[in-house]
Design a protein around this ligand. Structure first.
Ligand SMILES: [Cu+2]
Length: 93
């Protein structure tokens, strides 16, 4: 397959740490085809629950991770099912 000129041929992996009931960072700007790995440093369950995107939701326990690849541009809001104040957003450019 011939890549489009706009394709990201060198995707990056970004990390969001979950600690003290927060996603850090809460906002992340990435490029298409980049991926994000969430790692839970809290000794309690958190979730990655997508507000609108058709991605798989995940529960993450202490020291566990969850990865998502972003193929399409857009703004992707997510939150934690268990903690109202936990909200994050991924901007894919
Ligand atoms: Cu949580």
């Amino acid at each position: 397959m011939i890549p489009e000129p706009t394709d990201n041929l060198d995707p990056d992996v970004h990390t969001v740490i979950i600690e003290l009931n927060r996603y850090m960072p809460e906002e992340l700007h990435i490029k298409r085809r980049d991926s994000v790995i969430w790692k839970n440093n809290d000794n309690r369950l958190h979730t990655i629950t997508w507000a609108a995107a058709d991605f798989e939701n995940a529960e993450i326990a202490l020291n566990q991770t969850h990865e998502q690849v972003f193929d399409d541009r857009g703004t992707y809001y997510y939150f934690c099912n268990f903690h109202d104040n936990m909200r994050g957003v991924i901007y894919v450019e």
